[in-house]
Design a protein around this ligand. Structure first.
Ligand code: ATP
Length: 650
């Protein structure tokens, strides 16, 4: 028999949780691993939304009296209560649309909607910031680095929570042991480019990533969805093992569990239409429904039967109403309410969630992190470099594309002679480099979007500061972008036969590097803002296309209407192209081309050609400064956006 003591409970008797039917074969965590669970209870949780539409005036705030005729309130959750003790697993079940996810998210501080009612941790009103440290949330979808192995994934996660190597390795080994991933320790997570873990193993690894923080309370959103029955069973058994061996309190929503899985929880909360239909041990479900006059047909699974019984969409509405109306006065509800009362948990003012911390501020204000910001940054940099080196989608594919494009440019504009007839050709080659190499930065979007999901998961679980992430991202991007500029720039520079001065070559590489850095920073903003890949591609293509128009190659900039001429000042392509042109032409004189149309009978100083574009007086270092400033500004915007909007709330 396992007993988990909890000294925080404000009751007269020392509070002990007893877990019946312990499994003999449960692997127990290492003796020195932390074992402590949370007593988690909630009372009368209510979530409502306003439905319908108000007039445009009231939406914009011009009218103080909105036309409420079309407005109404919809109760998504209606006075739902429950309690989970340390070492227990709670399943939240119900038909589709019954409010399972909303309840889980409300309990875990993951909803934007206002939540009414009381949520308590260890018998005390929940403090949002302390809560974020003790509670972790495993999302329905696995957001992991596909190029990292199981051990690497867990080790990097543990580095955000442990200050000593001993703590890290203990937690990592412990997580692999308890989640049954020891044999896969060196297997990559896998994705498009690598074969890797199975769906069930990935899901267990997602649990492990949160487990290494030694959470007292673990939320999981539909952890078994998409898994076959064997994988679902293994996962739930792992969760049960975690609860039993560490005392971790586990709350998860679950969709259509098999009979075996159904019986593996300690407490079951059934929801229908946002209301509770049952709360108690799964084994006592039949008794409860029997008392209401319902009996299970032969050869039917209990889980399936109760879900069908409380399904108002496809079942009998009268029956569902009868079950829901009967719940508050049932024996089981009485037991629950007495237990909550025993713990002094009510939904009075002191406990009401809204009064504790304004919901809008939770999620942005950061928790007390387990490790320092410089350390977080160094972990993120190391992990980022490993991913960059291993993941073809992040680096090598793009590298190959840039090299091929550079060769292509070299082939098309091959070894141009320095004659006046080629001035236009040099300019067009430089235009192409400034326009298209920058445009190809769009290819970074898939990697950025994939990483954004990982960032949101980690940030929402209080793993690291947004600033640590932004700094690390910059530090990882800079060397790679420089390498990209150096290799592709060198290839096309010498194949085209541009200015032979070494200084000019260096400045060309420098300008290309800055241009690509700004373009990638801009893509970072787009990745932060857009929800979908296709939207990001369209947005990126539009912006780069617009920038190309005001680059100064197709039409002299002064010929553009005064009301749009200013646009060049925000277009990175303008600064790159101007610098490329100034760098190439300013100190060269082109030999005569008397047979060219129009003929150039005399040598032409490059400066004369620059004047046609209005680039003769360009301050190259000043423009470099502008590009650096743009890269910084875009990174700040991306960071601010991620800090403000990507809190993990739905
Ligand atoms: N922000 C919101 N605004 C309006 N309605 C919402 C909002 N969030 C949830 N709902 C509605 O509340 C109900 C419950 O949604 P929820 O996602 O919690 O159900 P669920 O039981 O998790 O469903 P499923 O099993 O299909 O995922 C649904 O009818 C949903 O449309």
């Amino acid at each position: 028999m396992h007993a988990v003591e909890n000294s925080h409970i404000p009751s007269e008797e020392p509070y002990t949780v007893t877990i019946e039917d312990p499994q003999e074969d449960i692997p127990v965590a290492n003796a020195n691993s932390e074992t402590f669970g949370a007593l988690f209870a909630w009372h009368n949780i209510t979530v409502k939304v306003t439905v319908g539409s108000s007039s445009w005036k009231s939406k914009l705030g011009f009218s103080k009296s909105p036309k409420v005729t079309e407005l109404g309130e919809k109760l998504i959750l209606n006075s739902v209560s429950g309690i989970v003790e340390p070492g227990q697993v709670l399943f939240i079940m119900g038909p589709s649309g019954s409010g399972k996810s909303t309840l889980l998210d409300s309990l875990a501080d993951r909803v934007k909607l206002p939540v009414y009612g009381a949520v308590t941790l260890d018998g005390h009103p929940k403090d949002a910031f302390a809560f974020k440290q003790s509670a972790k949330y495993v999302e329905q979808f696995d957001h992991l680095f596909s190029s990292l192995t199981v051990k690497e994934t867990l080790s990097y996660a543990a580095q955000f929570y442990c200050n000593s190597e001993e703590c890290r390795s203990t937690r990592v080994e412990d997580a692999m042991e308890i989640l049954g991933l020891k044999n896969q320790r060196d297997v990559k997570v896998g994705g498009v480019f690598f074969r890797g873990l199975s769906g069930g193993q990935k899901r267990r690894l997602s649990v492990g990533v949160e487990l290494v923080s030694a959470p007292r309370l673990l939320f999981l959103d539909e952890p078994t969805s998409g898994l076959d029955s064997a994988s679902a069973f293994n996962l739930i058994q792992s969760l049960r093992n975690i609860a039993r061996s560490r005392g971790t309190t586990i709350v998860c929503t679950i969709h259509q569990p098999s009979e075996t899985v159904f019986e593996m929880c300690d407490q079951l909360l059934l929801l229908s239409g946002g209301r509770a239909a049952y709360f108690g041990p799964p084994k006592e479900t039949l008794d409860h429904f029997g008392q209401l006059g319902f009996s299970i047909p032969e050869h039917t699974s209990v889980a399936e039967w109760v879900i069908d019984l409380i399904n108002a969409d496809f079942g009998d509405v009268e029956t569902v109403s009868q079950i829901l109306d009967a719940w508050p006065t049932s024996e089981k509800a009485d037991f629950l309410y007495r237990r909550l009362k025993q713990l002094n948990i009510t939904d009075n003012e002191e406990f009401v969630v809204k009064k504790q911390t304004p919901l809008s501020s939770i999620g942005r204000k950061d928790v007390q992190f387990a490790t320092s910001m410089p350390w977080q940054t160094s972990v993120l940099v190391r992990r980022g470099f490993l991913n960059v080196l291993r993941n073809p989608a992040v680096v090598w594919l793009r590298f190959a594309m840039y090299v091929m494009l550079a060769i292509l440019i070299g082939i098309v504009w091959l070894r141009l002679s320095q004659s006046a007839s080629n001035m236009q050709n040099f300019a067009s080659a430089l235009f192409y480099v400034a326009a298209f190499m920058v445009f190809m930065s769009i290819s970074v979007l898939p990697a950025y979007l994939e990483e954004k999901e990982i960032f949101v998961r980690e940030r929402a679980n209080g793993t690291y500061h947004v600033l640590s992430y932004q700094i690390a991202h910059f530090l990882v991007d800079v060397p790679f972008v420089f390498l990209l500029a150096l290799v592709s720039g060198t290839i096309c520079y010498w194949l085209v036969g541009m200015n032979s001065s070494f200084g000019r070559y260096c400045f060309f590489i420098w300008t290309l590097f800055l241009s690509l850095l700004v373009a990638e920073s801009m893509m970072m903003v787009i990745a932060a803002v857009v929800p979908y890949f296709i939207v990001g591609i369209a947005m990126g293509a539009f912006v780069f296309g617009a920038f190309m128009c005001v680059q100064g190659f197709f039409i002299p900039l002064n010929n553009i209407g005064w009301w749009f001429r200013w646009f060049r000042y925000i277009a990175l392509n303008y600064y790159s192209f101007a610098n490329f042109m100034k760098n190439e032409f300013s100190d060269l004189t082109f030999s005569p081309s008397p047979n060219y149309i129009p003929p150039y009978p005399n040598p032409v100083p490059g400066v004369n050609y620059l004047e046609q574009f209005g680039f003769a007086s360009v301050n190259e270092w000043g423009y470099s400064g502008v590009l650096i400033g743009m890269a910084i500004i875009y990174r700040i915007i991306a960071g601010f956006w991620m800090w403000w909007f990507h809190t993990g709330k739905h």
